[in-house]
Design a protein. Structure first.
Ligand code: GLA
Length: 695
């Protein structure tokens, strides 16, 4: 077997993520918790009791109940309080805080405090500190100043997590566990370097294999052994090394989280979930992989500039739902504003409620605000909160209270339901990273490229599932992969099976160019799918101005254009460049080929918005995917959640003006603002649809 192929097989076995459930119990239900006697929708807030006198706790919890909250998240960041000195645990205050929450009828999510190691540890054991790429160790005083590779830190983390789990694992108020908080920054310390070498050795087996797959004859990069390979994923390093660094950070963070999950699980009620809270498109690691052994995904949805782009935010939620293809927790969202961008504008009145319902429409079974009350000092005194520094409600509180009450009121309806989508979009971390590492056009932002494809598909189909490339696509007539730059043989084979089984597959520009070591496939794009497509990319061009497109999909290409070359007889050209005097003139830009009842389409250009919209119309009609509500208004988000014999229609007016809305025949208003045939600005309406019948 040629070395290159052996490498490919090793890489495949490491890279393919089976999409299944790892816990030893039944799959997590489509409701907030697996406790049947607990609310199906969690609404709550991050509460830091350690920051306040105990004499205040009851008042706070009473006010939380009055706000309609049923959940508090406690514990994250409180390490110096829980273990004030090495090995001396003081959890009595936490016992009392959890007991107080329970007295007030709250569900509790416990966070392990490992995002904020205490001073005694960093002073006594400076080797636990994170080291920047330039070799500078982190300084105590902020957070996330630990190394994700440090075995000593792992052992301290395991100990505090187990201590908490022993104590609260079967506490009747505790419904879930959040490991750490927003993991992300990697470390470049000596242990990380050694782990990197071990990681590469395990992945490639021999240094010869690595040299071959990384093509290290280029620039005399050939390595004699794994220990020579720098942990330096930036600058002019080999893009193979840079992509492997992402695989390494994925493996290291996954193991970092599992280190605690393994300590906690045997000690807790099996119905309690174990998760971590993440940051949607964060590029640090592969989120599908990280979530594989967690019970559910949880994320922190912020609109930093206070100007929601509802379609893009919908994509954020759909991405998170795709991590496990299951409903998720919105672990944090803003009570008005954040404090970490240059201009921290507050959302308009009504928008906090609007974005909470949007999360639910996309599959959230929990909405938790960050935070209850600002600490008296620290980095976040300017952040939005439910209460002000005087302990009295901020002006946003009544809107949050209304949202919380409505969500709880709709819990019975929402329980056991999940979002409905007939269009799948495939997002691959490897592809995103590979493009980002070598954009070739500065504006080729792979997340923006993805969102540009998502936008018309979401608004026209009113439901999109974002999935890993290996997912089972059989329920989706249409699967769109905007930029599948890294495409393995196994993935290509899976996609070809989907098409042969009647699926309509659409590939966007730059697809099928690289293998999962970021090396060029020996054939032109779309590489392993060229034969199925019956066409290939002749050449690609970065554009500094728009190029016109003519044909059944006319319009314009921007940023990126590929000249396509059909090779099979039955390939149809849908669009051709008009580029007089240029390389692209007369060349096909979009081609499609029928394969049995299915089809494969290749879109070789980054299309402008109008062209993308006409393409979406055509793709949806070819795949016979119709809108739930035809001719939807641009400001109105339409979504369906169904399951357990229920079908719910959720309509959200993201605009600043009232919009007329006619519900489908048979729809029964269940809650919200629909009055007199219209939904007011930032309004929300929930309808019961007759099960089974599509309106
Ligand atoms: C993140 C963190 C929180 C808090 C918020 C502020 O989401 O998880 O601890 O810092 O940001 O927006």
């Amino acid at each position: 077997m040629p070395a290159r192929l052996t490498g490919a097989l090793i890489a495949l076995s490491l890279a393919v993520v089976p999409v299944s459930v790892a816990r030893g119990v039944a799959p997590f239900p489509q409701r907030a918790t697996a406790f049947a006697n607990r609310p199906a929708i969690a609404v709550g807030v991050a509460w830091y009791p350690e920051q306040w006198p105990e004499s205040r706790w009851d008042a706070d919890l009473m006010m939380m109940r009055a706000t309609g909250f049923n959940t508090v998240r406690i514990g994250e960041f409180a390490w110096s309080r829980m273990e004030p000195e090495e090995g001396r645990f003081d959890l009595a205050w936490l016992d009392r805080a959890i007991a107080a929450a329970q007295r007030h009828g709250m569900m509790v999510v416990l966070g392990t405090p490992t995002a904020a190691p205490p001073a005694w540890m960093t002073q006594q054991y400076p080797d636990v500190l994170r080291v920047d790429e330039d070799g500078t160790p982190a300084v105590h005083g902020a957070r996330r100043h630990f190394s994700f590779s440090s075995q000593r830190y792992r052992s301290f983390s395991r100990r505090i997590a187990a201590e908490m789990a022993r104590r609260y694992g079967h506490h009747p108020a505790v419904v879930g566990w959040q490991i750490d908080n927003e993991i992300g920054p990697p470390s470049f310390d000596g242990e990380a370097v050694a782990a990197w070498h071990r990681f590469l050795e395990k992945r490639y087996g021999t240094i010869g294999e690595l040299n071959c797959r990384w093509a290290t004859e280029y620039w005399s990069q050939r390595y004699n052994n794994f220990d020579q390979i720098p942990l330096r994923p930036t600058g002019q390093q080999n893009p193979a090394l840079q992509l492997e660094f992402k695989h390494f950070t994925t493996a290291t963070w996954t193991d970092f989280i599992q280190n605690q999950a393994r300590a906690v699980r045997p000690l807790i009620d099996p119905r309690a979930f174990v998760t971590t809270n993440t940051m949607f498109w964060n590029a640090g690691f592969d989120h599908y992989r990280l979530h594989h052994d967690l019970d559910l995904a949880a994320w922190d949805n912020y609109i930093p500039d206070g100007r929601p782009d509802w379609v893009a935010n919908g994509a954020n939620h759909d991405l998170v739902r795709g991590y496990k293809q299951r409903n998720f927790w919105l672990m944090e969202t803003q009570p008005g504003r954040v404090d970490w961008v240059p201009v921290n504008r507050a959302l308009d009145p009504g928008q906090v409620r609007e974005i909470a319902w949007q999360a639910v429409a996309h599959g959230a079974d929990a909405v938790l605000y960050w935070q209850w009350r600002p600490a008296a000092n620290g980095q976040e005194t300017y952040h939005g909160a439910v209460l002000g520094q005087d302990g009295k409600p901020n002006p946003i509180q009544p809107e949050i209270a209304r949202t919380a009450t409505e969500l709880s009121g709709a819990a019975a309806l929402l329980s056991d339901t999940s979002p409905v989508a007939r269009v799948a979009m495939l997002f691959s971390y490897d592809s995103r990273w590979a493009i980002d590492l070598q954009r070739h056009h500065r504006d080729f932002d792979p997340v923006r490229a993805f969102t540009d494809f998502y936008r018309p598909l979401r608004t026209k189909a009113q439901g999109v599932a974002i999935l890993p490339v290996e997912a089972d696509l059989s329920a989706f007539p249409l699967a769109v992969a905007p930029n599948l730059n890294v495409l393995t043989q196994a993935q290509a084979a899976g996609l070809a099976r989907y098409v042969r089984g009647g699926g309509h597959l659409v590939l966007g520009p730059r697809s099928g160019m690289k293998d999962d070591s970021n090396a060029l496939w020996p054939q032109r794009q779309p590489g392993p799918l060229t034969e199925l497509l019956g066409a290939r990319v002749e050449q690609y061009y970065a554009l500094d101005k728009k190029v016109a497109l003519a044909g059944s999909i006319g319009g314009g290409a921007t940023i990126w254009a590929e000249a396509l070359a059909p090779v099979a007889g039955n390939v149809r050209v849908l669009s051709t460049y008009r580029d007089p005097g240029g390389w692209l003139d007369g060349k096909p830009a979009i081609v499609t080929r029928k394969v049995g009842r299915g089809s494969v389409t290749y879109v070789g250009a980054w299309l402008d918005a109008a062209t993308m919209a006409s393409l979406a119309d055509r793709l949806l009609s070819d795949a016979q995917v119709s809108a739930l509500i035809p001719d939807g208004d641009a400001d109105l988000e339409i979504a369906e959640r169904s399951g357990g014999g229920k079908r719910l229609l959720i309509v959200i007016n993201h605009g600043g003006m009232s919009h007329p809305f006619t519900p489908p025949a048979g729809a029964v208003p269940a809650s919200g603002d629909w009055r007199g045939g219209a939904i007011p600005a930032h309004g929300v309406a929930l309808f019961n649809l007759a099960p089974g019948a599509r309106p």
